[in-house]
Design a protein around this ligand. Sequence first.
Ligand code: EPZ
Length: 429
Amino acid sequence: MDRISITGGAKLHGSIPISGAKNAALPLMTAALLTDDGVTLDNVPRLSDVTQLLRILSNHGVDHKIAGRLAGQTTETGQTIDLSARQIVDTTAPYELVSRMRASFWVIGPLLARMGLAKVSLPGGCAIGTRPVDLYLQALERLGASIEIEAGYVIAAAPKGLKGAEIFFPKVTVGATHTALMAAVLADGRSVIHNAAREPEVVDLAGLLNKMGARITGAGTATIEIQGVSRLHGARHSVLPDRIETGTYAMAVAMTGGDVVLENARYDLLKSAFDVLQRIGVTVEKQENGVRIARNGAGVSSADVTTQPFPGFPTDLQAQFMALMCKANGVSHIRETIFENRFMHVQELARLGARIKLDGDMAVIEGVKSLTGAQVMATDLRASVAMVIAGLAAEGETVVHRVYHLDRGFEALEKKLQRCGAQVERISD
Ligand code: EPZ
């Protein structure tokens, strides 16, 4: 199994191209199930989660073609994929496929909307919490589907088609908002989603759906209105830049010191985290085609952060921010409000010499003068990259095991860091 070795101490200088967002690419690809025309997606990141979703989609009958490199594309900046769901041959998403990636559960919305039937394996828990799907199912029931759970599968049926309805989410959920959107676009009549997720990835999905002929307004606000249509057609769409990758590299620069331009990054997608970085002494400068991050290496101040749905501080940057706070001047408090068990990185950061105490949903981090390299392993994608960030500023060598987590969500991680002067290497056995 591959490992990543990091020798800490180098400041980062140069530029890093920001890839298309994994968490936008996955729902956009899933939306291809809604039409028998072709959907072309540009700027799709080269990630194992994307490959896994292609496998799942092809099981339903979706053909795909990955275009050869186009003008202006590099091996670090995504690819173009044509998807065609001319005929859905199977409305079942089996356990073996869904259990590998939670987002594959999202096929339930478009399969049900287009075929009137979907049988999708329950995704199960994961390293960051229990992550139920009750709100997905309530939304689909509101749209007129009957739902049964049988032998670990959700069987959703609407033989006469879905009917527009008012959907009220008691808590903000990205995945259930995606699902409700993909189901309601082909429902008969008008739907309204109340307390919808406002994440940029929801806006990107609504953008593609509207290009396909859907009639959605209000995406990006808490109330989304959908006027159902009888058919969607093909479209072409470019995946929006990855705000979590952007924030991750911004925190790496804050940690090591240096001066890096994050090309294609969008400042407006990450204002909450940039505000915090500025408060602790990091230069964050919006540029024409990106964001410049600079820090003189003198360390950063401590800060208190609470994770929130967008536009708040993202849970997907919590682990990386904790790594940064490990060497901050002072004591920081990080409260995780989205997932109940997203502190698995604490033990691993402690192996590098970090001082962190956990108290329920709160981590208290006492900044230390130095971290020391060690062998570490993380249990999820964002926790793994937090270990890379810590390793960049630790003395000596840090080896991060289970690199397959990183390959799920960070395109060309080691190449992007190497080009800015980091001593990072992938070791394959
Ligand atoms: C998406 O997960 C992202 N995944 C996650 O990123 C991200 O952390 C999360 O949104 C929050 O921003 C993708 O986009 C592929 P939720 P999702 O439904 O949609 C509870 C990463 O590292 N809930 O917004 O699954 C749930 O348990 C990943 O890239 C219910 O209670 O998250 C959680 O506490 C990790 N019932 C909260 O809502 C439900 O039916 C928010 O989860 C659904 C959700």
